[in-house]
Ligand binder design. Structure first.
Ligand code: OSB
Ligand code: MG
Length: 498
């Protein structure tokens, strides 16, 4: 049983030892959101939201993830009972997307649970290989000599596989120079979606370099053109950006969009989702490896833990702390052996100490979401008890009003609505946003059309003549509506899914 009492978000700013450049831009300093969860016994767990500083890799970025975690996701988790950390994803499932924000919270809950059980997280996740193989990801440099020097350092350090970032101004000639210098290393390129099928000739020409794989050559949301490309090149394609869920993995396997998947906790929404993707890939004999997002020690520790699962059969982008940070925020820092491996620690949870002293120094903002703050939020900020609720209106009357076009039903003002059955007291059949109400009634509940699953359930299971509905508007700005809805959904909406 797990019941999280508080979710704390802490943003730290951490300068990189060396800038990191990809086809979508250059990063000098990370803005990292750490997540600390605590339960009633005072046990804690740590996670990291791995999004970038701008929406160049995925649509999440530091400020959007902060707002989403604070206003939407954390309130869905605090104060709720679940059997285990494996169910935390389900608490947040109502919210679409925002997987990196979800992952920060979800992985923190896994750490907390493993700590309470006194077991290492990697074992708790079902890991089997305590020692994992490591590769490095080397960004685009100012010149080729600099790149060759960086590769030399990493090869000498023992890393098993070298990945270099490529882009249309840094591809064929650069790889050729690398191969001339390092003929035998396991080498791969990552384009971060810098090409299209129109670049087929260039992409075909890379076959001559015997790359271990070519990561994400085509657009970030594509798995169809990748299948066309894979059919025409010998180099195995590795998918990164478009694989956001187990379903995406299944479809990419079915379409033959690539031969390998770079699996990132953040991109798929946490450990539970990673485990599902890993299982699907293992069943299909598709190798996966753990990708990186320039994580601090906390995200790094989670990457180490998940990399111990059986399906992670290739060296990941999981490397030593010192490649990124002068001083990490965990103790000890992550170190890599001289033959390019990391051994997952035996301590409980992530198995590294979190350095609060250092986090305090690097911290730029902080917020707490607790059971109390959710209800305070409700009263102070969205004034739920002061909302002017309409009377309960029989469903049939609402339908008639909407059909006649003259309904006194809110549209445009933010707020919430509730649907209940006359004989079921306070139990809500559905909770929605007031600005959607008129549209919902027309499209789904009335006409029986549209993707409104609550509408389907209501129509198929309920006696329409016994339904009634009421709504409340708020003069607050429309962003408040999302919060109100999330809060209401959290309090009442989940009954509906049981
Ligand atoms: O495409 O794998 C990627 C970093 C930021 C965003 C996307 C990617 C990367 C990396 C770095 O390749 C991996 C790492 O060293 O953490
Ligand atoms: Mg990548």
């Amino acid at each position: 049983m797990l019941n999280i009492k508080s979710v704390e978000l802490i943003e730290i700013n951490l300068p990189l030892v060396h800038f990191f450049e990809t086809s979508f831009g250059r990063t000098y300093e990370r803005r990292i959101i750490l997540v600390r969860v605590e339960d009633a016994d005072g046990a804690e767990g740590w996670g990291e939201i791995t999004c970038g500083e701008s929406p160049g890799y995925s649509d999440e970025w530091t400020d959007s993830a902060w707002a989403t975690a604070e206003k939407i996701l954390a309130p869905m988790v605090v104060g709720r009972d679940v059997d285990s950390a494996a169910d935390v994803w389900n608490l947040m499932k109502w919210a679409r997307g925002h997987r990196m924000a979800k992952s920060g919270i979800e992985t923190a809950c896994w750490d907390l649970e493993a700590k309470k059980l006194g077991v290492p997280l990697w074992r708790h996740l079902g890991g089997v290989n305590q020692t994992i193989e490591c590769g490095v990801s080397i960004g685009i440099q100012d010149n080729v000599a600099q790149l060759l020097e960086k590769i030399r350092v990493e090869v000498e350090a023992g890393y098993k596989r070298i990945k270099i970032k490529i882009s249309p101004s840094w591809d064929y000639d650069v790889i050729k120079a690398v191969r001339a210098e390092f003929g035998n290393i396991l080498l791969m390129g990552d384009a971060n979606s810098a090409y299209t099928l129109a670049d087929i000739d260039l992409l075909k020409s890379l076959d001559e370099f015997n790359l271990m794989m070519l990561e994400q050559p085509l657009p970030h949301d594509d798995i169809i053109d990748h299948a066309k490309l894979q059919a025409q090149i010998a180099t195995p394609i590795c998918l990164d950006e478009p694989i956001k869920s187990p379903e995406d993995a299944r479809k990419a396997i079915e379409l033959k969009s690539g031969k390998i998947i770079n699996l990132k906790n953040g991109r798929v929404g946490g450990h539970t989702q990673s485990k599902l993707v890993e299982q699907i890939c293992r069943d299909a004999a598709m190798p996966v490896w753990c990708g990186g997002m320039l994580e601090s020690g906390i995200g790094r520790a989670h990457n180490i833990a998940i990399s111990t699962l059986a399906g992670y059969t290739m060296p990941g982008d999981v490397s030593a702390s010192k490649r990124y940070w002068h001083e990490d925020i965990i103790e000890p820092a992550v170190e890599v052996s001289s033959n390019g491996t990391i051994t997952a620690p035996e301590g409980p949870g992530i198995g590294f100490e979190v350095r609060m002293d250092r986090i305090e120094r690097l911290n730029v903002r902080r917020t707490f979401v607790t059971d109390q703050s959710v209800s305070r939020f409700q009263s102070d900020e969205t004034l739920v008890e002061n909302l002017a609720w309409s009377e309960w209106v029989p469903w049939n009357s609402v339908l008639a009003l909407v059909r006649e076009g003259g309904a006194d039903i809110p549209s445009g003002r933010s707020g919430v609505y509730e649907v209940r059955r006359l004989d079921q007291g306070d139990e809500r059949l559905h909770i929605g946003k007031a600005t959607d109400l008129r549209w919902r009634i027309r499209q789904a509940l009335v006409r029986g059309k549209g993707p409104h699953t609550a509408g389907d359930r209501i129509r198929s299971k309920e006696d329409i003549s016994k339904l009634e509905i009421r709504w409340a508007e708020t003069p607050k700005p429309s962003g408040v509506e999302e919060e109100l809805h999330a809060k209401y959904f959290r309090d009442f909406g989940f009954k509906f899914h049981n």
